[in-house]
Design a protein around this ligand. Structure first.
Ligand SMILES: N[C@@H](CCC(=O)N[C@@H](CSS)C(=O)NCC(=O)O)C(=O)O
Length: 299
């Protein structure tokens, strides 16, 4: 049986669960496993060491073209149940994503949002209706409806892998970044799902939904740029065809976040972006897990 409920920091467990508030290391109970490493030749011709824990993670980056949104599928492929989660699913691509989950033999346990999106309706509500037992997850600070609310320092477990929750407000007040675990049994390099906080060579706008350029700047510098330089960064959107970046790359080349805070604030004040086309539909729907339409039809 999978335990989908909250488990407090005093509980030790092996099944998928969310731990609220980081447990002390002595209590953190991933099953001790030997990490078996082997060398492969990388595209650059050099040898790279892959650990067993890296191949344990099944990872897919999925794209929704109307809103240029990335959805991420992660699963523990070594666990007998292959527990999986989706980050930032979009309503329009739910059927595609769920058929992939089925084809790969995964058990979807969480549908997670990085924040209340303004440009598309989340797929989490639809997914819950189609796959019984899936729990929707969002930050407590978002003020949105969901089954599970996460706070900074929480860990979201799926099998023997986990994501750590980091608060990265600025694009919206409730924005969080989900980072793969730090530890010998977790994927290397680490991966961070930054939502709209950090985009490749850019960042989320800060001109609505409680946005703040000061907060975004601090969030990135304290919660993302402090990760190891080789950490892979996966944003919720890309408008130019990029798919992934790294902490090191963005620290060197991000045209906004490499500037000092005052220059950054001025850049953000002068973006002059039109509001997202879907904002008036998307925000109210996403405040109720993407279910506004279904609920109003039922009433
Ligand atoms: N044209 C799109 C919306 C584009 C947009 O505003 N993107 C957001 C993230 S989605 S709310 C953003 O933060 N962009 C930052 C940037 O520099 O582009 C639409 O109409 O949906």
């Amino acid at each position: 049986m999978l335990n989908l409920g909250f488990i407090r920091s005093s509980a030790c467990r092996f099944s998928p669960s969310i731990i609220n508030h980081s447990p002390s290391p002595s209590c953190f109970c991933f099953s001790p496993k030997q990490t078996i490493s082997f060398a492969v030749r990388s595209q650059m011709g050099s040898f790279t060491t892959l650990s067993q824990s890296s191949s344990r993670l099944l990872f897919r980056q999925l794209f929704e073209k109307e809103s240029s949104t990335y959805t991420y599928l992660l699963a523990d492929s070594f666990h007998p149940d292959k527990p999986a989660l989706l980050i930032d699913p979009v309503d329009k691509t739910v059927d595609r994503d769920l058929s992939l989950v089925r084809e790969l033999g995964l058990k979807l346990i969480y549908a997670i949002n990085t924040h209340v999106h303004a440009d598309h309706v989340t797929g989490t509500g639809l997914i819950k209706g189609k796959v019984p037992g899936v729990k929707s997850v969002i930050s407590k600070a978002s003020g949105s409806r969901a089954d599970v609310f996460v706070e900074p320092g929480d860990k979201i477990s799926f099998g023997d892998l986990f994501l750590e929750v980091r608060a990265t407000p600025g694009h919206t007040v409730g924005c969080v970044t989900y980072v793969t675990g730090d530890g010998p049994d977790q994927p290397q390099p680490r991966m961070a799902f930054t939502g709209d906080t950090l985009l490749i060579r850019g960042c989320g706008r800060t001109d609505f939904q409680g946005g703040s350029s000061e907060q975004l700047y601090k969030s990135v510098h304290s919660q993302i740029f402090t990760l190891p330089k080789e950490t892979l960064l996966y944003p919720a959107h890309d408008y130019k065809g990029f798919t992934v970046t790294t902490v090191g790359e963005e620290m060197q080349y991000n045209p906004r976040l490499t500037k000092n805070e005052e220059t950054f604030r001025s850049i953000m004040q002068n973006l002059n972006l039109p509001y997202p086309k879907m904002i008036d539909v998307a925000v109210p729907a996403n405040m109720v897990c993407g279910l506004q339409d279904l609920e109003s039809k039922a009433n």
